[in-house]
Design a protein around this ligand. Structure first.
Ligand SMILES: Nc1nc2c(c(=O)[nH]1)N[C@@H](CN(C=O)c1ccc(C(=O)N[C@@H](CCC(=O)O)C(=O)O)cc1)CN2
Ligand code: GAR
Length: 291
């Protein structure tokens, strides 16, 4: 049984241009992993006779707040995992908010199905470990659903944020993280959601429908695309001469603000569930106000 121990190194990614030091191909121990953390480094010890995959490791200091204070006096900082497939502007926006301190949490892991995407590059540039899910058909790299759950648990992940992630989250993860997975969608769900509705396709459909308003939706994730409980929305007008690209740009700008506010509430324990199952955000300024 192969075991590998490694220190952290500046972000390395499968296929990255000039890895400063190749991380050995790591194998996951079916019985779990050992995780030890030095002052500013995380070392992972993996043994496995089964799945083989590449673990991208970087200094963990990149995920701490600017003040370096690891935990808010009031409550411990929440550990977040972000899932991306593309440019990662929502991921970057959330990461900036954790570093600046408005979000009482840290991004401790990035998950992607596209290791060369912009979001993965941001993780490498900022010392955030990265894993691949799901396995690419053409490659042996990547985790199985059970291995993904194990890895998230070993990183102490408490909440999962989908941010332009384009693969179906498996039932194993939904069950392991009840009421703890959020997604952002670029329309006013339930309109223009579901399989096939992602990226510019959403905005093209909105314009073609003649809808006068679109927007962004944050929702909890269930087993199906875009059918989970809606947590927050923002409305964006559709202009008579809009193109999908221009509408996308205005919606994306609202997404960044909406997602950051939702994650602030999530990390401060300001989300409550109405008796009919609708999640509400409690105002930071007025505890009697919910939206
Ligand atoms: N279990 C869940 N998984 C995911 C959800 C969800 O609500 N429940 N949300 C999506 C994000 N999303 C919309 O917000 C979404 C992403 C992708 C698709 C889609 O049709 N994907 C294509 C494949 C696209 C590709 O691989 O390039 C498909 O499945 O055919 C719809 C909606 C993330 N996961
Ligand atoms: N249905 C899922 C979907 O379409 N998600 C959308 O992908 C974009 C990702 O942008 P980003 O990578 O710059 O955050 C965002 O507009 C997000 O709402």
């Amino acid at each position: 049984m192969e075991s590998a121990r490694m220190g952290l190194a500046p972000g390395l990614c499968p296929g990255s241009a000039q890895p400063s030091r190749r991380i050995p191909l790591l194998r996951l121990n079916p019985r779990g992993v050992g995780l030890s953390r030095t002052a500013c480094e995380v070392e992972l010890h993996y043994q496995s006779s089964r799945a083989s995959w590449k673990m991208l490791k970087c200094k963990s200091s990149g995920s701490q707040s600017e003040g370096g204070q690891e935990e808010d006096d009031a409550s411990p900082r929440k550990k977040l995992a972000v899932f991306v497939s593309g440019g990662g502007s929502n991921f970057r926006s959330i990461h900036v908010a954790t570093v600046r301190g408005s979000v009482n949490g840290d991004v401790v892991l990035l998950v992607t199905d596209k290791p060369d995407c912009g979001g993965a590059q941001h993780a490498r540039d900022h010392g955030i470990p990265l894993v691949i899910y799901p396995k690419a058909k053409s490659s042996s790299e990547g985790l199985s659903p059970d291995e993904l759950v194990t890895t998230l648990r070993e990183f102490g992940v408490e909440f999962i944020l989908l941010a332009g992630y384009l693969k179906l989250i498996p039932t194993e993860l939904i069950q392991a993280y009840p009421r703890s997975i959020l997604n952002i969608h670029p329309s006013l769900l339930p309109a223009f959601g579901g399989k096939g509705f992602y990226g510019l396709r959403v905005h093209t459909a909105v314009i073609a429908s003649g809808a006068r308003y679109s927007g962004a939706t944050i929702h909890f994730v269930d087993e199906h695309y875009d059918t989970g409980r809606i947590l927050a929305q923002r409305v964006v007008p559709v202009l008579a001469d809009d193109t999908p690209e221009r509408l996308a740009g205005r919606v994306l700008s609202e997404e960044h603000k909406l997602y950051t506010q939702a994650v602030e509430a999530l990390c401060e324990g300001r989300i409550s569930w109405r008796d009919d199952g609708v999640p509400l955000i409690q105002s930071r300024d007025d505890p009697d106000e919910y939206s």
